[in-house]
Design a protein around this ligand. Sequence first.
Ligand SMILES: Cc1cc2nc3c(=O)[nH]c(=O)nc-3n(C[C@H](O)[C@H](O)[C@H](O)COP(=O)(O)OP(=O)(O)OC[C@H]3O[C@@H](n4cnc5c(N)ncnc54)[C@H](O)[C@@H]3O)c2cc1C
Length: 373
Amino acid sequence: MIETEKYYFDVVVIGAGIIGIATSLEHAKKGLQVLLVEKNPTFGQGISSRNSEVIHAGIYYPQNSLKAQFCRRGMELLYNYCRSKMIPHRQIGKLIIQTDDNESSKLQEIYTNGLANGCTELRIISNKDLRKFEPEVKGISAIWSPKTGIIDSHACMSAMLADLEKEGGTVVFNHLFERIVPTDDAIDCLVDNSIVISTKKLINSAGLGSTILAEFIEGFQKSHIENISFCKGSYFGYEGSLPFSHLIYPLPNKEGLGIHFTLDMNLNGKFGPDTEWVRKEDYSLNETRTAHAFKEIKKYWPKCDYSRLRPIYAGIRPKLGTKECFRKDFMIQTANEHNIPGLINLFGMESPGLTSALSIAEHIANHKICSSD
Ligand SMILES: Cc1cc2nc3c(=O)[nH]c(=O)nc-3n(C[C@H](O)[C@H](O)[C@H](O)COP(=O)(O)OP(=O)(O)OC[C@H]3O[C@@H](n4cnc5c(N)ncnc54)[C@H](O)[C@@H]3O)c2cc1C
């Protein structure tokens, strides 16, 4: 590697999304010299700014999955962090609606899974009680999740970055990692073709770019690089007032949680995200997607007026695998899998990554580079 300048850090994190920021902060709190590098001019421009901003309670995920493990703890840590830093958030609760007679066993399954994941606060409520919560929602029965909430994710990332700098961490924007070379006792990274950053621990938290980045690591076996597929999700705004005060979800489908209703911290409502497999990072909006969203929303809100629905923004889920067959869990790859000490790859960090960020960070910061550390 041609060297012009060389800098040394204990930990380098690539990607200033919610997970990269939380992970940097957790390492800095341990007194380590941390560098967080982002290719964009500012933080949170990737998946972290194009999501539902829901703090999930951990209901759906398979028992013993990383999602189940990190979501529940992440939720508690996130609520505590929000309270301590005055970050706008509200624990407004969520309803998962059964709209079809044939769905009762599916609703029961979700409820039982939630209980097994530690969500003992869940309740199954009748049609009559559902009307008390949300008079305009049509459903046979529902699951009530009082711990689900909403958050201003931008304010949260901003607070974490401020804390990171207070803890002595360094954040740089507009820098791109081009080559990563593991050496005997460190990992050298070539940045902007001129600077070498040498680190003991390198965390690839590049979101949609994490598998591409893995290809720049010298000596990294291609068989460890997961195939990534992009599943776009468009959201729909509604012209005029909406009658809901809780989060409203249909039963989940194969690709996601279904076209749900969420509120942001200004109490603006939106529906989405839908699912559309795309080849590249393309956030363009398409009016033709509204018809399908309308059909799904009508199932739980019969009064929905098609002419008032408009696509407003889209996000992209990084799915590991293919459209036909994808992994349903996060992947945290360490030397145990790839044999490069100090390298941690985060692949497939889709929902509930926002909720889980602080617990993922805790887990990675506790991960030793080698057993003698
Ligand atoms: C439609 C949708 C809805 C969702 N809703 C929710 C929800 O309600 N609740 C929830 O808990 N989770 C939700 N999620 C999941 C959550 O948003 C993500 O898990 C989380 O934001 C991922 O954060 P990240 O830091 O891994 O990725 P990102 O936010 O994408 O950050 C990665 C960063 O890496 C940078 N980068 C990439 N390559 C390089 C490079 N070579 N050099 C330097 N920087 C680089 C990118 O610019 C980017 O800023 C949703 C996701 C989607 C797609």
